[in-house]
Design a protein around this ligand. Structure first.
Ligand code: SF4
Length: 367
């Protein structure tokens, strides 16, 4: 296997101590045995964490106190503490700002819809991709999140839904890796997190892989690698414009992997998994919302992905003080019409959390 290029190397500093959710089922048994405990304690811990959604050792009363203390200090170090919750959309959207063990701030957003509840998770603190219209991109990358730090965002949200913190008790059904960070730049930890999120309880949180979306700005070698993982998660490619000239500016990693290469990798992913790829397009006034760009987008997607693409147009949620703004509604409608006219399915994404600055990274930036 070829080694991944330098763009994937992120600082390793600040990662938290090992946690149960970093480990596979077999590794959990080994870790428990190394502590001199019976292997079945691994299953007990997993049942509490993944099945009952608790990370509080005091609640694990079926484990004798001495063993519990030993296991908890070795395998359940505190990971994330909530700094604050901000709610909007009549209580259906809640953004949480978390503080990690080293003071790093990150965020996740829980969105309740009539037919599903989706959590948008962060995979890195900050982001190194430097997209100029994005709040997270302005601060640069602080560090990768550990597998367990990703999983714990999901566990906490699943518990919040179960406990009725967003109205009627419900079930967390969907996960999108669209919070802070470029998920495929933290590749191994994100893949491990997908397994922990999707493995059936008590090995994992039991959310269907088909209900998980992994987004990327287009790290081509990582997309190709993902295609060989045997997963059935949805891939979302943040394209934002179909022409290399503008994309070199809007998504600077495009200077390394061009639009055509990204779409070819997306095609490989669609072919391997049988899943349509989401093409994300943040529509920005007078920047990428021109009719000719809609036509070119439609043409390129037809050529590279055929029926295997769906375009999500996302009205830009402007960063405070930024020159970037959302496109007017008639321009947005015309854009969508043209992409559809090219035979490519295209809809406008329901944008949640506008009042609470839910464009990725804004809450942490204000933190
Ligand atoms: S848009 Fe996504 S990839 Fe680009 S800087 Fe922001 S978080 Fe990173």
């Amino acid at each position: 296997m070829t080694s991944l290029p330098l763009v994937f190397d992120a600082p390793k500093r600040g990662l938290p101590p090992r946690h149960l959710a970093d480990l596979s089922t077999a590794q959990r048994r080994d870790a428990v045995a190394e502590l001199g405990e019976k292997p079945f304690r691994a299953a007990q811990l997993s049942t509490h964490y993944f099945g009952r959604l608790t990370a509080d050792p005091a609640a694990m009363t079926d484990i004798p106190a001495a063993a519990r203390d030993r296991l908890a200090s070795a395998l359940l170090p505190p990971l994330l503490s909530p700094v604050r919750h901000v709610t909007c959309d009549d209580g259906d959207t809640r953004k949480t700002l978390w503080r990690a063990h080293d003071g790093t701030l990150l965020e996740s957003v829980l969105m309740r819809y009539h037919d599903r509840t989706t959590l948008c998770v962060s995979s890195q603190a900050g982001c190194g991709m430097a997209c100029p219209f994005c709040a997270t991109g302005q601060g640069g990358l602080q560090r990768n999140l550990s597998t367990a730090e990703i999983v714990d965002q999901v566990r906490a949200a699943a518990a919040a839904m179960r406990d009725g913190e967003l109205g009627e008790p419900g079930r967390l059904s969907n996960i999108v890796f669209m919070g802070m960070g470029e998920p495929l730049a933290n590749y191994r930890r994100v893949i491990d997190a997908v397994h922990r999120i999707c493995d059936p309880a008590p090995d994992g949180l039991g959310i269907s892989q088909r209900s998980v979306t992994v987004s990327t700005v287009g790290l081509v070698p990582a997309i190709r690698k993902l295609a060989e993982e045997g997963l059935s998660v949805r891939l979302a490619v943040s394209l934002h414009t179909p022409d290399d000239e503008l994309r070199d500016t809007l998504v600077p990693v495009n200077t390394r992997w061009k639009v055509a290469e990204v779409l070819d990798a997306a095609r490989l992913y669609a072919d391997r998994t049988g899943r349509r790829v989401s093409i994300e397009y943040a529509l920005i006034r007078d920047i990428n919302d021109h009719p000719w760009r809609a036509d070119l987008l439609g043409k390129l997607l037809r050529r590279h992905l055929g029926q295997l693409a769906h375009v999500n147009v996302i009205p830009l949620n402007p960063t405070p003080g930024s020159k970037w703004d959302a496109s007017p509604k008639p321009v947005e409608r015309e854009f969508v019409r043209r992409v559809n006219a090219a035979g490519v399915s295209c809809t406008v994404r329901d944008t949640r959390g506008q009042e609470i600055a839910a464009a990725c990274g804004q809450l942490a930036a204000e933190g």
